[in-house]
Design a protein around this ligand. Sequence first.
Ligand code: UT7
Length: 333
Amino acid sequence: MIYSTITGLGYYVPEHVVTNEDLTSYMETSDEWIRERTGIQERRYFTYGKETNASMAAAASRMALERAEVTAKEVDLIVYATITPDYFFPGSGFLMQRELGMEGIGVIDIRDQCSGFVYALSIADQFIKSGMYKTILVVGAEIQSTWINKSTEGRGVAVIFGDGAGAAVVRATDDAEHRILSTHLHADGRFAEDLYVKDPGSSRPDRAATKQMVDEGGFDVVMNGNAVFKHAVVRFTEVIHEGLQANGFSPEDISLLVPHQANVRISEYVRNQLGLPEDRVISNIHKYGNTTAASIPIALTEAWEQGRVKPGDLVCLAAFGSGFTWASALIKW
Ligand code: UT7
């Protein structure tokens, strides 16, 4: 049997730190409100001219490749998740491929929002298990800071998002004891407009940006925060149980849960539902906010660096986001 396993992890966050206090110069908000409602203390914003979605992803990927002891030439495929690509098309995966000197290999660009990394990992897992590829670079990268509305009008959305990138090297293995056990993907398009950005979409009579589109907030993130929150807590728990049941485990078997960093209150709710102690659930949202597709690989990499992911551990990744989408991956490290 061919299985897949993660052999290297990396991440990159911009140097520029934006604290909750900093945000009060753009909008009516407070450090207290943001901490209490979300758990966020600061986030990172990219610097124009220095960082791009693809360059941050390249930095994260270089780190992951080095740790996996894999050269750029050994990579067979890139699966790249982002909802904030450098260009409308082609996707940032192609730009990163160019930067890393990996010309010729396939690039699959996906979106899938906050669930993007788990979806991407699932795609990589299937390609490896089918025998088609041996080494796949899986990436999640976002620059959210430029399309959030930083006025008081947009504060419900703006305060939660940040920029960053994370990457994983996924390789073929015949070791049944250390591998990705299963992935579980779901979506419910009935809630598409509960968290979305409309423009520059093809639903308009003309794609060219008009003042009307800007005035209508077509380029802003529109979010029904309460609806997202209520669905998230249910779906996170459900999809984690699904992964556990598929492999004959129960919640107490989880060594480490790495949830998408959406809101510390969501993670806490899920942790309580599963009956897990605090030290078995990763939380770094206080430092980076919600970095969408990048949040899980950044959190997983930090956990690994801190020695919190050890061989034999049962690691669960879980995500929920726009679409709505939700997904989990269960990994025997
Ligand atoms: O990965 C998926 C991405 N999205 C999410 O995970 C979002 C999930 N939802 C959430 O995290 C929460 O809904 C939010 C953090 C976005 C909002 O928290 P909430 O507790 O649901 O607040 P709310 O939207 O119900 O707003 C409560 C009050 C309102 O004022 P009134 O109407 O009670 O006077 C808002 O205007 O808080 C006000 N408010 C703010 N005040 C200060 C909203 N945003 C802010 C802000 N600063 N940044």
